[in-house]
Ligand binder design. Sequence first.
Ligand code: SAH
Ligand code: SF4
Ligand code: F3S
Length: 499
Amino acid sequence: MNKVTISNNSNYKIDENMEAMINASDLNGPVPINEPERQYYFIKKARNYVDELAKELGRRPKACSIAFGCQMNARDSEKILGVLRCVGYDEAEDEKADFVIYNTCTVRDNADQRVYGRLGYAGSLKKKNPHMKIAVCGCMMQEEVAVEKIRKSYRQVDLIFGTHNLFKFAELLCYMFESDRMIIDIWKETTEIVEDLPIERKYPFKSGVNIMFGCNNFCTYCIVPYVRGRERSREPKDIIREIEHLAADGVKEVMLLGQNVNSYGQNLENPISFAQLLAEVCKVDGIERVRFMTPHPKDLSQELIDVIRDNPKVARHIHLPCQSGSTEILRRMNRKYTKESYLELATRIREQLPDVAITTDIIVGFPGETDKDVDDTIDLINKVKYDNAFTFIYSKRTGTPAASFENQVSEEDVKRNFDRVLKAVQENAHAQARKWTGTVQRVLIESINEQDESLVTGRMSNNTLVHFKGDKTRIGTFADVHLDECRGFYYMGTEVGGV
Ligand code: SAH
Ligand code: SF4
Ligand code: F3S
């Protein structure tokens, strides 16, 4: 869970052009039809509501935005925060705030359950603080049953919206101020991509950048295509412009985000490949590291491998979800590759990009999975020698094809096989992590060490963490660090140069 809180208005910065456009909105005139002008109008309007509230309270109201799920949601929460800061909300340390927004995930059932738990908690806070507002948005809200459940059983919620209309948050905020009833606005689909809205980054030195939205792959276990809609790519010029702005604002590292970045740009009027986009992003001055997430193995091109090899700015890390090592399970998952073709790709990456870490996602307990299928997955793990892996227990998602597949696996078998897979993952990850001991690596310093304040934590290009002496003034800068000792999945090091 990523908790993003709003920092003080004193360090809030807004793009001057955007501020001028917001100020130019005429609240006495008709509501603009075009975006983003329409949202600028509602931002201006919402500022008046927030000012009124501030007068009532005798202080600026505080908001707290909590994101569940993946990087896409974390980025969306930054957009929500951007609007909230822009209309005048202050920082809240936690949910004891005047406005709490939950950005939900529904990829697995436990994600849903966590949201209901938090809503219960927020409801108890609202009883003590009746003017508190609660909003719920994100992937789970694209499912009718979830919205229905909240409508009936969580009456304390003031605003519900989905993934497709997030861009109109400022507008919805105004409706919320104008009504005592629960506002629900969910779109089934959209073809729109609205640019140039406020965003408040969580980190000053790194940022996610959406390059595309939605997914067309329909893996049979996965809810994402149903809640995020069809694939839509942003124009390369908009992406590059955003990254240039980020660089001018001190960002050193960007992560290009999409459910399958390899199919980026295919449906644009002037098609462009992901590899071409990546090469363009590397040319942006000030950006020193470029990550991306997630490439689908079915169409990771040789062109992409070449671009990674030729551009040292591209992080030495490829997250390449296999999901399973059994060709039969992969077929029924609709992943469109076999164990052999995946292995061929991973081997080619290992040969041509020897310093690149390969990580993966694995699902255990897909319907019909046998011990023999899991043996295949373990064989794949041992052959690819993953640097790390996220292992998930299959979660049945209503509405996906796999939910109605026969032979759902018993809990007992899943547990046993999950432990086997985890053991193989950990053995390989430990062996892989150790192999850089004694080398000097360039790291981006991200934070003060949680356990020991005299240490800072840096991230290597291949995503491994290193702890070494330093103080908070170093956060957001690069350092060259000697890797003294490997401790499981991370290193202790000594700085040998930097900035
Ligand atoms: N688009 C990305 C994955 C996004 S979801 C890709 O294709 O790689 C992140 C991960 O959640 C997936 O890789 C998968 O391992 C896991 N996941 C998705 N649906 C799941 C389900 N129903 N049960 C368990 N894990 C699931
Ligand atoms: Fe889900 Fe598959 Fe799309 Fe990834 S590629 S989001 S796993 S449907
Ligand atoms: Fe979850 Fe939605 Fe991401 S379902 S994993 S937050 S795209």
